[in-house]
Design a protein around this ligand. Structure first.
Ligand code: SAM
Ligand code: SF4
Length: 364
């Protein structure tokens, strides 16, 4: 069996069948595969791991994705919107603590008050940090003009997960209506690339109805789309969402976790120069989940620096980690954990995706 794994690792072009095989590995063979990728990727990409301070600044959302705890129709969710000053203070915290970059994330809104507020905030953050803090945003689907306005205001990376690249599965986890359109989401990714963002996407792993083949095709989708960054992690059910009714048919949490690490390692094999984030959802299943991801292919980690009083309300899924720690506790515990995973922190570096510079031929 190990010979088969070695043959696949050495192949020039990976097929959906090869990837499905790797994604489904278990036991000793799985350990062999993960270790092979871990050793190789440190040799080629280096030991550095980059921090992005994550600010989940609002859980108001106009959409109704069937999996998400902050969906519009969840009346049990306590809504919040952090004021601009506290967001800028969090950015200054990230800068002073040499994180290099910030991620601003929220529920999806596209009204003018919201889009103008973000433009203003981006400029303020750039000013307050002497233009030294890299900014990633993850604010859902917007018009090309809005994406451009935010790019010009200082954001240079964007995260928009496709959630599943299988169109049929997409409509099993979203309402089939104007607000949740598969083609629109793909077009948004294309607009982001056209404007010049380093563009990130990703999927959830272990969704109801999802197969290894679907997941293999997700990885091939990232490659075909020439994506620069990927964040993907286990799906974790939330009681107040429609997908909760499938809870008994889901893979066990441990299986979702194991397959997520297999996906990360298989993606690192397929796309050696992209950035791969160790998703927070991994830590909801295994306390050392993100560090394990760093061993087998991930090179980005996103410490949560959202002011603590609001963290518990950004509850996308059950058991979300670090909801009661201050930003400082979070970063101290993380730096020790990164070192334990045999990695070094790229302090004060943006940690841009090498793939972006390779595909655009821009100078780093
Ligand atoms: N609203 C923006 C969007 O949807 O792109 C950004 C925020 S959204 C909460 C960020 C990500 O959370 C989504 O892309 C989705 O993959 C993830 N997420 C939501 N519910 C989840 C769940 N139950 N389990 C795991 N991840 C989940
Ligand atoms: Fe809103 Fe994003 Fe959650 Fe969908 S995944 S309901 S867009 S916050």
């Amino acid at each position: 069996m190990n010979n088969k794994i070695i043959n696949i690792i050495n192949k020039q072009a990976l097929t959906a069948k090869d990837l499905s095989f790797l994604i489904g590995l278990e036991g000793e063979e799985r350990n062999f595969f993960l270790k092979s990728i871990g050793n190789n990727y440190v040799d080629s990409l280096g030991k550095k791991v980059f921090f992005r301070g994550l600010v989940e600044f609002s859980n108001y959302c106009t959409k109704d994705c069937y999996y998400c705890g902050i969906r519009k129709s969840n009346t049990q969710s306590e809504r919040y919107d952090i004021d601009d000053k506290s967001i800028i203070d969090a950015a200054i915290f990230a800068h002073q603590n040499k994180y290099g970059s910030l991620v601003l994330q929220s529920g999806e809104r596209s009204d003018k008050a919201f889009t103008e507020r973000i433009t203003h905030l981006l400029k303020e953050i750039k000013n307050a940090t002497n233009g030294e803090l890299g900014i990633t945003i993850s604010l859902g689907e917007q018009s090309e003009d809005v994406y451009k306005e935010w790019f010009d205001a200082g954001a240079h990376r964007y995260l928009l997960r496709i959630e599943s690249s299988n169109r049929d599965l997409y409509y099993k986890i979203h309402p089939e209506d104007e607000k949740h359109n598969f083609e629109t989401r793909i077009n948004c990714l294309k607009s982001l690339q056209k404007i010049g963002y380093q563009t990130g996407t990703g999927v959830m792993i272990g969704l109801p109805y999802q197969s290894y083949e679907d997941l293999a095709n997700d990885l091939l989708f990232f490659k075909e789309m020439n994506i620069d960054m990927v964040g993907m992690g286990p799906f974790i059910e939330h009681t107040e969402t429609p997908l909760y009714e499938h809870k008994d048919a889901l893979w066990s949490l441990q299986r979702r976790f194991d397959v997520s690490l297999n996906m990360i390692a298989a993606l690192r094999l397929l796309m050696p120069d992209i950035n791969i984030a160790a998703a927070t959802a991994l830590q909801a299943i295994d306390p050392m989940g993100r560090e394990k991801a760093l061993r087998y292919g991930a090179n980005v980690i996103m410490p949560n620096i959202t002011p603590t009083i609001h963290r518990k309300d950004y509850t996308l899924y059950e058991n979300k980690p670090c909801t009661d720690e201050g930003a400082e506790d979070c970063s101290n515990c993380l730096s020790i954990r990164v070192e334990m995973a045999g990695r070094e922190i790229g302090y004060d570096e943006w940690g841009d995706s090498k793939h972006y510079f390779n595909r655009t031929k821009k100078k780093q």
